[in-house]
Design a binder for this molecule. Structure first.
Ligand code: ZN
Length: 887
């Protein structure tokens, strides 16, 4: 699954190397979970008839059971489902024997006599709800392309634990079974599921569609979408590729369809086991949920993550689409064909899909520099799967957790979908692949797929396959990275003779007295003047490097591929600064990221970072500039309302303006994509830094756009609108709002509403907030508007007061992944201590215990800002006054 928002989890701090216990390979009987493992479903035949007037559905199912040992009751999952009748082996079960437990989300059927081991058949008739939010079966209202008519589409979202809202089932990932779905829909509807349609029959009030039976899979991978849909398709070898959209949008699926074929061909070869289903659909859903979900054979996407409009979409959208398709398609193997046994191993799915998706994207689109861009934090709302830096920032805090974390119950399962699972997981795999070698690593993955297909695994199974392929003790190296929280910093000291000593310790930010930890670090370093980098496995606290000639610079963590920080002593740092022009851009980005992290950790003054920025040899390297813009943006927001802010803005503009002047306003024919991306980012950054000339330029271009939309390149539109929106007056606010209401393009709509969320005028910010309660935006986007206002308008107080007043209505629009983190997330934009106690009070009185992790994370973030703000303010003043003294 990919999600635009992330939740954060608490730390388990008591780990140390000595307590790491080897995890066991997959074993069904000892896999965690609530349901007894004595009864196993083998095949479900499910029939669902939705009532689109009442937003309910009637269902029936027959489940073939394998009873492994005699039982007196059947226990399965059901939530918000009512059971009309049940029968076992054709005999009716009395209503008194049927018990639904709403809290446990279980359905228990007590049996009159002991059910002997062997095959049995359970039949259930039931009713359920069609939700407004993306949980279980849901409906997404939308305006039809062209006509603007109001329509609805049905969609489903079951990961992690919501298949049980659609039909009673053994809803834990290790209970694999075959599923055959039948659905009754209106005559003018098309329905899509995991498998192709097997049979279609006319029935009263519409038609009945029966899909082919799936291979054995986990319940959360089922899918049903239905509506007035169109399908663009192409056949490649044995697989029918499709892109499914609402009416008249299908042409925008061309890019996705072409990408899908390229990606599937690559993955078929990489995994060595061909994609096993007869078709693969990519389904665009105009609301309901905001991300993408890897339902086997029927992947769902929030519409703007799949559809590319050559006239209106930006280069960034194009990249995001490719990356999301690659990520989700990788899940067809990693997640679907082979599934993690339990949610504690979610990283196996997500870390791997993030890595594989990036690898595949990089291979076919080298000019996008996707690996490099992973090393720069970006606004997560705008970019899927951003990388390592965001994970490392979270992983340095007290609120982090190991990649593999205990998930005691299903309520915690959704908290596993966070930065650590996705991005640290990806980052560790990247490091491991470079340590084992690309081909050896791939051989191990092929072996893993062949051994475990159509089954479940734990992380230990992956390490076993990689160990066999490489002959290296992968599990031993990996343990500290996946079973401990945090990561190391490697300190470099060089004595008078030139001898270099490396020492590792845990790297933390705003986390005094963190338990010390150690890692086995796959290290790389390069020596100036020598071509080949050197690799070594650092297995102890301290290690000496072989002698290096005096005066030669040493750069650790080549291209930033490793998941650790490096802290150089002064002499080593000076040598590196002198080498800057000769280093690769990836290495310079790595130095910038580490320098900024050292400042955050209070291990170095801000001058270390700013000195490096001023010495960068070029002004138009995308990843380097984006790293700098990210830091300047953080400082600029932190200093909102502070007397030193204006001085900082002037300084930051002086660094970034020359880059913008060098590349100019107008896109040039045939220029590299990265320059187009850099232009957009610079407009954004300079706009936020109150660059008067740039703001005027944006206003002029917006005016021209109103009369001639073609005058403004699609790449620049979201950026120009955002700057216009930031400094908007009431009349322009209304204009942006009108444009947003009018368009039926989800991407364009988002651009306008994002611009509204930027308004600095608190009265206009308040009006933007009101929109989140209405029906103008899909639910998942509507509730985000509040977080966007909190961040962009620089009035987190206005946003929070609004959210507090309307929390019930807002949460009614949230999906399962968002509910727990929504309220605490809004606090992370504050930087005053009083907000910590306010959140603590609010959590006590208004939030469920499941929100605790989100609350802890938000409190840590506010605490960090409270500490960092005065320190940063003083150091900025120093740096600027020192600079003024320079000749
Ligand atoms: Zn995923």
């Amino acid at each position: 699954m990919s999600s635009p928002r992330l939740l954060f989890c608490t730390a388990t701090l008591l780990f140390s190397l000595t307590t790491l216990t080897a995890e066991k390979p997959f074993d069904f009987a000892s896999t965690p979970g609530k349901l007894p493992k004595t009864v196993v479903p083998e095949e479900y035949a499910i029939r669902i008839a939705p009532d689109l007037g009442k937003f309910t559905f009637a269902g029936s199912e027959t489940i073939k059971l394998n009873v492994r040992q005699p039982v007196r009751e059947l226990v399965l999952n059901a939530a918000e489902i009512e059971i009309a009748s049940a029968s076992l082996d054709g005999k009716a079960v009395p209503q008194s024997a049927i018990k639904l437990d709403a809290k446990e989300e279980t359905l228990t059927i007590a049996l009159a006599s002991e059910l002997p081991a062997g095959s049995h058949s359970l039949e259930l008739k039931f009713t359920g709800k069609i939700n407004r939010q993306g949980q279980g079966l849901y409906y997404a209202p939308y305006q039809e392309q062209g006509t603007g008519a109001k329509k609805i589409m049905l969609g489903s979202q079951f990961e992690a634990t919501d298949a049980r809202r659609f039909f009673p089932c053994w809803d834990e990932p290790s209970f694999r079974a075959r599923f055959q779905l039948t659905v009754v829909v209106p005559e003018n509807f098309t329905a899509v599921s995991n498998m192709p349609v097997e049979k279609e029959t006319k029935v009263a009030g519409g038609k009945e569609i029966k899909f082919a039976v799936t291979p054995p899979m986990s319940s959360y991978l089922n899918v049903l979408c239905a509506g007035e849909l169109e399908r663009l398709s192409a056949r490649l070898k044995n697989v029918d590729h499709g892109v499914v959209t609402t009416k008249d949008k299908v042409a925008m699926g061309r890019y996705a369809l072409d990408s899908s074929q390229q990606i599937l061909t690559y993955l078929n070869d990489y995994f060595g086991v061909p994609y096993p289903l007869p078709k693969l659909d990519h389904i665009a859903v105009p609301g309901g949920f905001g991300g993408a979900m890897e339902n086997w054979g029927g992947i769902t996407y929030y519409e703007s993550r799949l559809l590319f409009d050559a006239e209106r979409s930006s280069a960034e959208t194009k990249q995001n689409i490719y990356e999301v398709i690659a990520h989700e398609t990788a899940h067809m193997w990693f997640g679907d064909l082979v599934t993690m046994a339990w949610w504690d191993n979610l990283w196996l799915n997500e870390g791997f899909a993030s890595w594989m998706g990036t690898k595949c994207t990089a291979k076919f689109n080298p000019d996008w520099e996707v690996w490099l861009s992973k090393n720069v934090p970006r606004d997560p709302a705008r970019r899927h799967g951003i990388g390592k830096e965001a994970a490392m920032e979270g992983d340095a805090r007290s609120t982090t957790h190991p990649i593999q974390q205990p998930i005691a119950n299903e309520a915690e399962a959704s908290s596993a979908f966070d930065d650590i699972t996705y991005r640290k997981g990806m980052s560790f795999i990247t490091m491991l692949e470079s340590f084992l070698g690309e081909e050896v690593f791939r051989d191990g993955i092929r072996q893993y797929m062949a051994t475990h297909k159509l089954s479940n695994t734990t992380t230990a199974d992956l390490w076993n396959s990689l160990s066999k392929a490489s002959g290296k003790p992968v599990g031993e190296i990996a343990a500290a990275w996946t079973e401990q929280p945090g990561f190391p910093v490697v300190k470099v000291t060089r004595d008078a003779t030139g001898k270099i000593t490396l020492t590792q310790e845990r790297f933390t930010v705003h986390f005094p007295k963190a338990p010390p930890l150690e890692w086995k670090i796959p290290l790389t370093y390069s020596i100036s003047g020598e071509a080949a980098p050197v690799s070594l496995l650092m297995t102890s606290k301290t290690v000496d490097l072989p002698a290096i000639p005096a005066g030669r610079a040493v750069k650790l963590n080549v291209a930033g591929a490793g998941n650790y920080r490096v802290q150089y002593d002064e002499g080593s740092w000076r040598l590196l600064l002198a080498e800057l022009p000769k280093l690769s851009s990836a290495d310079r980005v790595n130095l910038l990221s580490d320098a900024w992290a050292l400042v955050q950790a209070d291990r170095a003054p801000l001058s270390l970072y700013l000195d490096l920025v001023e010495k960068l040899p070029t002004k138009d390297e995308l990843a380097e500039r984006e790293q700098v813009m990210h830091v300047f943006d953080f400082i600029n927001r932190l200093l909102a309302g502070e007397p030193r802010r204006e001085q900082f803005q002037e300084y930051a503009r002086s660094i970034l303006r020359p880059s913008f002047e060098q590349i100019g306003w107008e896109p040039k024919r045939g220029e590299p994509t990265k320059i187009a991306l850099l232009r957009g980012s610079l407009i954004n950054a300079l706009g936020a830094l109150n660059d008067k000339e740039l703001v005027t330029g944006c206003r002029e271009r917006f005016e021209k756009y109103l009369s001639d939309p073609r005058s403004l390149a699609p790449d620049l539109r979201p950026r120009v609108f955002a700057v216009v929106g930031r400094y908007t007056d009431e009349a322009t606010w209304k204009k942006l709002h009108e444009l947003g209401k009018k368009t039926t393009s989800i991407e364009e709509k988002q651009n306008y509403y994002d611009a509204l969320a930027c308004a600095l005028d608190p009265k206009l910010a308040a009006r933007t907030l009101e929109i989140s309660l209405g029906d103008e935006l899909p639910t998942s986007r509507a509730i985000y508007l509040v977080a966007k206002v909190a961040r962009q308008s620089e009035h987190p107080d206005v946003a929070w007061n609004f959210a507090k007043m309307n929390m019930k209505k807002l949460l009614a629009k949230a999906d399962a992944l968002t509910v727990n983190s929504y309220a605490p997330g809004l606090f992370t934009f504050f930087s005053d201590a009083a907000r910590i106690s306010e959140l603590e009070r609010y959590a006590k009185s208004d939030l469920p215990p499941t929100a605790a992790k989100g609350v802890e994370k938000a409190i840590d973030e506010v605490g960090f800002r409270v500490e960092f703000k005065p320190r940063l303010g003083a150091e900025i003043a120093n740096w600027i006054s020192e600079g003024a003294k320079k000749p």
